[in-house]
Design a protein around this ligand. Structure first.
Ligand SMILES: Cc1cc2nc3c(=O)[nH]c(=O)nc-3n(C[C@H](O)[C@H](O)[C@H](O)COP(=O)(O)O)c2cc1C
Length: 170
């Protein structure tokens, strides 16, 4: 099985839409092209179908906390392809609401080619988080690894979201 990095094209965006729990409701063509999954293999599945094992769980805890507190999430994510390849993206995820503009229907994610400097910076942090997560059990380890991440960002006077945007746009 291959394990190559696939590079997103600079002019493309990968889009998906989920329900409130993260079950996939929509994917665009570029999602299928990069991931190697057919649309029929993705619709109705939980979004962790493309989770890469190098992504620490602590980052997803922060991800869900951010969304559930009504905020948009920006971040660097390594994703898994069906043939075991992987690709890095800079993802922007936001809530989408029903016709009343108030009732949460789910979430919407748009992913772009990730800035290589950001990939280098965050992949090193994610590695440390993974080691922390393997040393402890359950939710304690997630809280620890998430605290490691937020502390690192706070040391620079920024939130994770702000630091991610900073690395993507520099
Ligand atoms: C709109 C939306 C997009 C998501 N996109 C990704 C993604 O690209 N890659 C990923 O690993 N998880 C993504 N997730 C998070 C997954 O739902 C899941 O929380 C994560 O993969 C961690 O898996 P786990 O919950 O089994 O630990 C997304 C969630 C939502 C709501």
């Amino acid at each position: 099985m291959s394990n190559n990095e696939i590079k997103m094209l600079p002019d493309k965006i990968i889009i998906s839409k989920t329900d409130v729990k993260g079950k996939i409701l929509y994917v665009n063509k570029e999602f299928c092209r990069i991931s190697g999954f057919d649309r029929t293999e993705l619709i109705g599945e939980p979004h962790n179908i493309i989770r890469h094992k190098d992504m620490p769980r602590g980052i997803f805890r922060l991800f869900w906390q951010t969304l559930q507190s009504g905020n948009e999430f920006n971040g660097f994510v390594k994703n898994y392809c069906k043939n075991n390849d992987y690709y890095w993206v800079f993802a922007t995820v936001s809530p989408w609401f029903g016709a009343d503009g108030k009732t949460l229907q789910g979430y919407f994610s748009a992913r772009r080619l990730a800035n290589p400097e950001g990939v280098k910076f965050f992949s090193d942090i994610y590695k440390t988080m993974l080691v922390q997560e393997s040393g402890l059990s359950g939710s304690e380890s997630l809280n620890d690894s998430m605290a490691h991440l937020t502390q690192l960002c706070e040391n620079r006077g920024l939130s994770y979201d702000q630091l991610a945007v900073h690395y993507q746009t520099r």
